[in-house]
Write a protein that binds this ligand. Structure first.
Ligand SMILES: NC(=O)c1ccc[n+]([C@@H]2O[C@H](COP(=O)([O-])OP(=O)(O)OC[C@H]3O[C@@H](n4cnc5c(N)ncnc54)[C@H](O)[C@@H]3O)[C@@H](O)[C@H]2O)c1
Length: 428
């Protein structure tokens, strides 16, 4: 069987390799020529995906990449994994999905299955995507071609998270579309979870991400409340975690990051308005989580003040630019927000991240492009007035940090197990 996977990023690439490993011939399609060239020569551009895995699939003739959508006509299925960001007014931007639909449609053969995996609001697959596919192909979904939604459940940085073993929710446009989706995904994924419609599958993914956003907001709020009462929220979470039922641990931090949790819930907020519904939990969680970087900066200012220093003129080092530990993904990272806030208050700002040696050009933070991670040595790290731990990568030597830095603001409770001096580490 030959399938096409559109969008070879954090979701599309591991999915392609899983299908390839399962004996399916995969053509990866992407608009980014550099990615296509890199993959065809067996080189990875994502830290947790090895070049060996890609090279092996290419050599076996099971995986190749292209920018040319005309190959779609030979495919039994096409799976779409393109970005779904928010625009500058924090409204859903499904233009990548629509563009992909337009690229696929003229080449769609009768009987082909089209599956959307990008996280989006309920109604995208059987609404906007169906419309562009039908308009561009002259065919009818559910009659001439199959259509389905299946959300991705990738957990970057978690080595235990294997695409094949994560149950996959699938919803078809018609019962026959669902059957076809089962047959295709069944080749590569162990457990399939069929639901009644594309919309139910879209809503499932949103529930999963809203659940995380709301629970992270809850512990972020409790961090402030308990902090004011002189209680350490980290100690409380550790204790609560011992309850064998009815509790799941979430941890506070300097703010939300990544391509999913800060963004996806607002897809529902936007769509819900059409139905006269308000998503109060989502809005409140968003408010609390986006206030976290400011809390960290204010706390740092207090700590510096206690040392007769001001943020203005201080040298501040942000430790960890990626949005979560052990990955190289800096999208939506709260560290950028921290860097902006410190800079606006007159601090001299730098960052250290072993996985992000230099900041790429991004739409959101063009002013940081080209900035390089500082070196990890006593002289460099010791030259900062304060080091703020924003992301706690495992590969960083925190005992060395304690030996080199006089003042550490810890947003991740990372220094709890490290030998430090009194008054050296401050939680935020
Ligand atoms: N990263 C995650 O952990 C994760 C987890 C679950 C779901 N998701 C969802 O999956 C989707 C993709 O996310 P990602 O992290 O893989 O994004 P990504 O930015 O890593 O990859 C998207 C790829 O799509 C390509 N692309 C953009 N427009 C295209 C077009 N018109 N035609 C072909 N290719 C195009 C880009 O060049 C890029 O390579 C999003 O909806 C996201 O919310 C992501």
């Amino acid at each position: 069987m030959k399938i096409g996977i559109v969008g070879l990023g954090y979701v599309g690439l591991p999915l392609s390799l899983q299908f390839a490993r399962s004996g399916v011939t995969v053509l990866g399609l992407d608009v980014d020529r550099a990615k296509v060239e890199s993959l065809n020569s067996g080189r990875s551009y994502i830290k947790h995906i090895t070049s060996e895995d890609i090279a092996q699939a290419v050599k076996a003739g099971k995986f190749s990449a292209s920018t040319d959508f005309k190959h779609v006509k030979k495919m039994k299925a096409v799976i779409i994994c393109v970005p779904t960001p928010l625009n500058k007014n924090r409204e859903p931007d499904i233009s990548f999905i629509v563009e992909t639909g337009k690229s696929i449609a003229p080449h769609l053969a009768k009987g082909t299955l089209v599956v959307l995996e990008s996280t989006t609001y309920p109604g995208t697959t059987d609404g906007e995507l169906r419309e562009v596919l039908e308009a561009g192909s002259g065919m009818k979904a559910g009659v001439d071609f199959h259509l389905a939604f299946s959300p991705e459940r990738e957990d970057p940085g978690n080595s235990q998270s294997k695409v094949a073993m994560i149950p996959k929710v699938i919803g078809g446009y018609t019962p026959a579309c669902l059957e076809r989706t089962k047959a295709v995904y069944g080749k590569a994924i162990k457990t399939l979870v069929p639901v009644s419609s594309c919309r139910a599958a879209e809503a499932t993914k949103l529930l999963e991400n809203i659940f995380r956003s709301v629970n992270i907001a809850l512990v972020n709020e409790l961090k402030l409340v308990y902090g004011a009462m002189g209680i350490d929220v980290w100690e409380v979470i550790q204790a609560a975690k011992t309850k064998p039922f009815g509790y799941m641990a979430f941890y506070p931090g300097p703010g939300l990051g990544g391509h999913c949790i800060p963004i996806d819930p607002f897809y529902l907020t936007w769509k819900a308005r059409e139905f006269g519904q308000h998503t109060r939990f989502i809005e409140l969680a968003g408010e609390i989580n986006t206030a976290m970087p400011l809390h960290v900066v204010n706390r740092t200012a207090e700590v510096l003040n206690a040392q007769k220093k001001s943020v203005n003129g201080s040298r501040v080092l942000l430790l960890g630019l990626a949005y979560k530990p052990n990955v190289d993904d800096d999208r939506e990272s709260p560290t950028y927000e921290l860097m902006d806030l410190f800079k606006r208050r007159g601090a001299e700002v730098a960052y250290y991240d072993p996985f992000v040696p230099a900041i790429r050009v991004t739409r959101e933070h063009p002013h940081w492009a080209g900035t390089r991670s500082v070196n990890w040595d006593r002289k460099t790290i010791g030259s900062f007035d304060v080091v703020v731990i924003a992301t706690n990568h495992q590969s960083v030597n925190y005992q060395e940090l304690a030996g080199w830095a006089d003042c550490i603001i810890d947003t991740r409770n990372q220094m709890a197990g490290v030998k430090t001096k009194p008054g050296q580490v401050w939680k935020a």
